[in-house]
Design a protein around this ligand. Structure first.
Ligand SMILES: [Zn+2]
Ligand SMILES: [Zn+2]
Ligand SMILES: [Zn+2]
Length: 386
């Protein structure tokens, strides 16, 4: 994720979540292009907003921005198409929401905001990649939607069950992603993380994992040829899922899992291996974009930053596509160097490693498959002999 800049005289830095400029005080936000945070002028007479360079286009704050401050979306009123029977005006990211948390419970609102932050970050990276990204209004058959509900009580950090609520499972089902609101509660999530012996559990990670399942359907499952190739890299995803789940929770991951998998959970079933690996691909390119933004991609082997190498990465901010010409080897080599820096910075602050994972050659090959799937270049990959 890169940072952005206001056009006021201080050229103040704007972050992805900024809703106003700290220097000039103007409203800032993301329009439906969803690619940059920028300042908006207020038309006092109408209460609507416009960009200085395009005064003819009027914008309104997304309802979730105006009422709840859970996003910083700005809606272009020239192109906005209202949904039948609904008088809401929602931004690009909020239009993916099917169910938001019960807002009669005020404690849900700050947790919902955390959900939205993670969702928006995951969508930003996808929006820069050459993959389909449509909500269910745009594509009722294959569009994407989100549910942020819970079956538990926010008042005790989601320990007790709410009466008359069906169990809410975080997961993906035919384009519909559900994330239990409990995952946004630090106490509840840390408790689960420790109980499951995980080294990494974040909201952003949940979004990217579930989106991985969605894109498996979009990019792989509907093409017999791609699906057959994918099975060579990830294994047979048509194996009995319930049986694999049962085995995983009874026996745990095989001892040598680190050699071929990115996480213990990835060992459970090829379908989960894909989703875990997909999430890591997204973590890697987003974090490298951030590093490149601050010119700190760096190299641990030398003592200076190789700007030429960094420049060649062509991360999402450079173009409307995450360059298909950028080799995955280059991305992963840069990431290996940078993750050492990242972890060292965290240790200096007394924090745990930001990236507590090892990318073995076997994992790199799977990440490479995902890179090629995203850029529709799977025809360039060799069939693997197992
Ligand atoms: Zn400003
Ligand atoms: Zn919004
Ligand atoms: Zn999964």
């Amino acid at each position: 994720m890169k940072t952005f800049q206001c056009n006021c005289k201080d050229q103040a830095i704007l972050f992805f979540e900024s809703s106003h400029c700290l220097s000039c005080g103007r409203t800032v936000g993301l329009d439906d292009q969803f690619d940059q945070v920028e300042p908006f002028e207020l038309d006092e007479e109408t209460g609507l907003f416009f960009k200085a360079a395009q005064p003819e286009i009027r914008y309104q704050k997304c309802d979730n921005n105006a009422q709840f401050k859970v996003c910083n979306g700005m809606v272009n009123l020239n192109t906005f198409v209202p949904v039948a029977d609904k008088d809401e005006v929602l931004c690009f990211a909020c239009r993916f929401n099917e169910t938001v948390p019960d807002l009669n419970v005020v404690e849900h609102i700050p947790l919902w905001k955390k959900m939205e932050t993670a969702k928006r970050r995951s969508l930003y990276t996808l929006n820069a990649l050459p993959v389909p990204l449509h909500n269910i209004i745009q594509d009722p058959e294959r569009g994407l939607s989100f549910d942020f509900t819970t079956d538990r009580n926010v008042k005790d950090h989601f320990v007790s069950q709410l009466a008359d609520h069906e169990t809410v499972f975080t997961g993906h089902d035919c384009g519909h992603i559900t994330i239990n609101l409990a995952e946004a509660d630090d106490v509840a999530r840390s408790h689960t993380k420790l109980a499951m012996g995980e080294h990494y559990r974040t909201l952003l990670g949940h979004f990217r994992h579930e989106l991985g399942h969605y894109y498996f359907d979009q990019l792989i499952a509907n093409s017999p040829k791609k699906h057959a190739l994918c099975k060579q890299y990830f294994g047979d995803d048509e194996l009995d899922y319930q049986e694999a789940l049962k085995q995983h929770y009874e026996k745990g991951a095989p001892e040598s899992w680190r050699e071929t998998f990115i996480s213990e959970y990835a060992t459970m079933h090829p379908y989960e291996d894909w989703a875990e690996t997909w999430a890591h691909y997204m973590h890697i390119i987003d974090t490298l974009e951030t590093a490149q933004n601050f010119s700190i991609t760096g190299s641990t082997s030398g003592n200076s930053v190789d700007t030429e190498e960094v420049g060649e990465l062509h991360l999402p901010q450079d173009a409307s596509y995450f360059s298909a010409q950028t080799s995955i080897t280059n991305i992963l080599d840069t990431w290996m160097d940078f993750s050492v820096i990242l972890n060292s910075l965290n240790r200096s602050m007394g924090l745990s490693d930001a990236y507590p994972f090892v990318l073995t050659q076997a994992v790199r090959i799977k990440l490479s498959f995902i890179h090629h799937a995203i850029h529709n270049r799977l025809n360039l990959l060799p069939a693997l002999k197992k």
